[in-house]
Each structure stands twice: as structure tokens, then as C-alpha cells.
Design a binder for this molecule. Structure first.
Ligand SMILES: C[S@@+](CC[C@H](N)C(=O)[O-])C[C@H]1O[C@@H](n2cnc3c(N)ncnc32)[C@H](O)[C@@H]1O
Length: 303
């Protein structure tokens, strides 16, 4: 088994999240290939990690990788917001969210996440779910497609792209990521075509978010995580684009200011990856880390 994903800001996350006492529990809400989980299990010999991921394929890789830690790694195949609906209150010392998808999804999953591939348009993390990127592209109305692309990626050419998609599919279904990328490329102005990012980047991000309801899950999950955290425990969230970061920032701000505050914000400004990490691990370039501590009478950290 080859590991293709390098955990982002691992050292920074390790420096913020610490056990509150013996036999600590960490919830890794986005285990992926288990990079962060492995680092924590190595550092703390009495730690148990509950590792969530909705994607069964990547979770199989994590289970194999983390089998050296025996029963200290407990995988759960679920959406993270759903997990917290039934999680025991005040049971976790630390909770990590490393949002979005993994390098695995682009290079190994064969689900059309990359516009550079010619894989079937799919993009589902839960393969049992009905809605896929194919359905959005081939069955949604033109306005619906434009709204998805605009709201989930702030794509300024959302309308043109939606028009081009609905026109193209009159000739037959748009089946692959490559087909869709070519349609987008032809629909946008030449300056945009040769810009800093590939013209299909934003549309592909938006489709993925729509299919997996990525943004809708963040606030309910954070609320559940806060309830599940022991007083004095910490939540760390790594985001990869401004829409995610905005949700996290406001969630924490609302609960971290004023008389009724239930948490303390530990990162007034989000932490970003150092230049060396940005150089060696490109996905870290857009990453932002925010950390909060749950207020409470007992426990707490020294720093
Ligand atoms: C950025 S990767 C995590 C990488 C991981 N920290 C590592 O070091 O390998 C995010 C992972 O979270 C999963 N994921 C994304 N959103 C999820 C959600 N709402 N519920 C459960 N899993 C989710 C994805 O399938 C993916 O494997």
C-alpha cells in the first residue's frame, strides 16, 4: 500500500491539540489515509483515536496503515456531522477536522475528481448515495448548475459555463471529467483560459461540494464536536478555501465572544503553513488552521 497524502500542518496541529489527562480520546473527523492520526498515536502511547471517514476506500487504507496501533485506532464509516448526533457528551480530549478531500481522491479513487483525468464523473465519497457529479451535470437545470458553480466556488463565469454544459448535453451525456473540462475551457474567455489556475478548477470544486454537501455539514458538526468535547479540550479545523474558512471563523466567533462565550479562540488569525511546507506539499498552500478551547471549570492547558 502506498500513502499518497502528506498531512497538512502536522506539527502545528500536534502543538495545539494535547491530552487533558491519562487515557485520552481524540476524534479525527477526517481520517483520510491516517497521517494525522498516526502522528498522534505515535506521540501518545495511551491515546485512543476514533477515526471517521465517509469514504470506505480511503478508510481501508487508514485501517491497514494504523493496524500497528491495535485497538487504539477505532474506525467509523460515517459523515462527521451524523457521528456527533449520537456521540457521548464531554467524552473527547481533542477533535480534528482536516476538511475537503485527499490527494488519494485525485490520483487513485477513479471518481473524476480531477479535471485532468478521463474518469467517469462521480465525486461521491459515499458510493451508496444516489447523487453524483454525473447527475448534477446531466440532470440539473441550467440555472441550478449556475447557482452551484457560483455559490460553491464563486466562479465568475458560472452562467456561461452552465449554458455551455446544457448546450453540450443536447448532443449526448457528458460522461467524463475530461469531457467536462474541455466544455468549460471552450466556454470561458481566452484570458481566463490561460490564467493562474485551470479554468475548470472552480467548477470541479463546486460539483464536489454539491455532491457531498460539504459546506452544509460543517456547522452542525462543529456544534456536535463542541458538545462532545471535555471542558478544556480543543478543536482544530484546517480549511482549504474561503467558503469553508468563513463558516468556521463565524461559528467560532459567535461562540467565543461576549458574556455567553462557551469557547476561547486560540488563533486570532488563522495559522498558515510555513514556506518550506508550501514548497514541499502544494495542498498546504491554501490551508488555514483555526483552534479553539472549550471553556469549563476543570482541566485546561498550561499554555
Ligand atoms: C483532507 S483529507 C484528510 C487527510 C488526513 N488528515 C491525512 O492525514 O491523511 C479529508 C478526508 O475527510 C473525508 N471527509 C470529507 N468530508 C467528510 C465528512 N463530512 N464526513 C466524513 N468524512 C469526510 C474525505 O473522504 C477525506 O478522506
Amino acid at each position: 500500500m502506498t500513502i499518497v497524502h502528506t498531512p497538512v500542518m502536522k506539527d502545528e496541529v500536534l502543538s495545539f491539540l494535547k491530552p487533558l489527562g491519562p487515557d485520552p480520546v481524540m476524534i479525527d473527523c477526517t481520517t483520510g489515509e491516517g497521517g494525522h492520526s498516526a502522528a498522534f498515536l505515535e506521540r501518545y502511547g495511551d491515546l485512543t483515536v476514533i477515526g471517521l471517514d465517509r469514504d470506505k476506500d480511503i478508510q481501508t487504507k487508514a485501517v491497514e496503515r494504523l493496524s500497528v496501533f491495535g485497538g487504539r485506532f477505532k474506525p467509523v464509516n460515517c459523515w462527521f456531522d451524523e457521528y456527533f448526533e449520537t456521540a457521548e457528551a464531554e467524552s473527547a480530549d481533542m477533535i480534528l477536522f482536516d476538511l475537503g478531500i485527499s490527494v488519494f481522491h485525485y490520483v487513485e479513487s477513479e471518481r473524476g475528481f480531477s479535471f485532468r483525468s478521463d474518469e467517469k464523473l462521480d465525486m461521491r465519497l459515499d458510493k451508496d448515495q444516489k447523487l453524483s457529479a454525473w447527475t448534477v451535470v446531466n440532470k440539473y437545470g441550467e440555472k441550478e448548475i449556475a447557482d452551484v458553480i457560483y455559490h460553491y466556488a464563486e466562479e465568475r463565469y458560472s452562467r456561461r459555463i452552465a449554458r455551455a454544459i446544457t448546450e453540450a448535453r443536447t448532443q449526448g451525456p457528458i460522461d467524463t471529467a475530461g469531457q467536462l473540462a474541455a466544455i468549460i475551457e471552450a466556454a470561458v474567455p481566452p484570458t481566463y483560459r490561460h490564467g493562474r489556475i485551470h479554468p475548470a478548477t472552480r467548477t470541479f470544486q463546486a460539483l464536489r461540494i454539491e455532491v457531498n454537501k460539504e459546506l452544509d455539514r460543517i456547522s452542525p458538526a462543529l456544534a456536535g464536536a463542541l458538545r462532545t468535547l471535555k471542558p478544556g479540550g480543543r478543536i482544530a479545523v484546517i480549511t482549504f478555501h474561503s467558503l469553508e474558512d468563513r463558516i468556521v471563523k463565524w461559528f467560532f466567533k459567535e461562540r467565543g465572544t461576549g458574556d455567553g462565550a462557551v469557547l476561547r479562540i486560540l488563533t486570532k488569525h488563522p495559522v498558515v503553513a510555513c514556506p518550506e511546507e508550501c514548497e514541499s506539499n502544494p495542498p498546504s498552500r491554501s490551508a488555514k488552521l483555526r483552534v479553539v478551547e472549550k471553556l469549563g471549570e476543570e482541566n485546561g492547558h498550561d499554555d
